[in-house]
Design a protein around this ligand. Structure first.
Ligand code: IMP
Ligand code: MG
Length: 181
């Protein structure tokens, strides 16, 4: 396999499959008897989301939202964040679990927490495939974490570099990336 095109795998498909199964089991136990709504954050969470859903053995519902980040290096928080496409269901009726690809600075998660609390869900939790605590700028943690990874830029299984590599079936690092964030 050509490393320059496909990157170096850091989390294999097999490791991912096992971890997603375990997360699904945990979530199934925690939400038994509850009206669970799983919300996927597009685009990054699509692969994790579609594997996590069938790993949860509850009659859940799904919805999606899309976040837009407007980068601005002059701002301390790196730019503004908004919801460019919101969920269609009324969150008031649901125990909401938001599914993210990765928590990096934490600004997206912090923003989503506030924006979604304003929609008054019965409860609100976050599940992320990857967590990069070394990069955190705001103190915030996800309730369910797939893998904690070191401070390195990764792609694959939904995660992108310039909107590519989302289709890699594993998580990988790329060589020669200097402008990832
Ligand atoms: P945060 O607001 O800094 O926590 O950023 C989260 C978002 O940044 C994620 O949803 C990703 O879109 C992107 N991101 C952060 N780190 C990586 C990475 O290593 N690879 C790909 N995307 C990343
Ligand atoms: Mg991205």
């Amino acid at each position: 396999m050509n490393d320059r095109i496909f990157g170096k795998p850091v989390i294999t498909q097999e490791a991912m499959r096992k971890r997603v199964k375990a997360l699904g089991l945990q979530i199934s136990q925690d939400y038994r008897g509850k009206n669970l709504l799983l919300i996927g954050v597009l685009k990054g969470a699509f692969a994790f989301f579609s594997d996590l859903c069938p790993a949860i053995s509850l009659p859940l519902q799904v919805d999606f939202l899309k976040v837009a980040r407007h980068r601005d290096k002059r701002r301390k928080d790196g730019g503004s964040i908004s919801i460019s496409s919101n969920v269609s269901l009324d969150l008031k009726n649901y125990e909401v679990l938001v599914v993210e690809d990765i928590v990096d600075s934490g600004y997206t998660l912090a923003f989503l927490r506030e924006a979604m609390m304003a929609q008054d869900p019965k409860s609100l939790r976050f599940c992320t495939l990857l967590d990069k605590p070394e990069r955190r700028k705001v103190e915030i943690t996800a309730d369910y974490v797939g893998f904690v990874i070191p401070n390195q830029f990764v792609v694959g299984y939904g995660l992108d570099y310039k909107d590519r590599y989302r289709n890699l079936p594993y998580i990988a690092t790329l060589d020669n990336i200097t402008d990832a964030y």
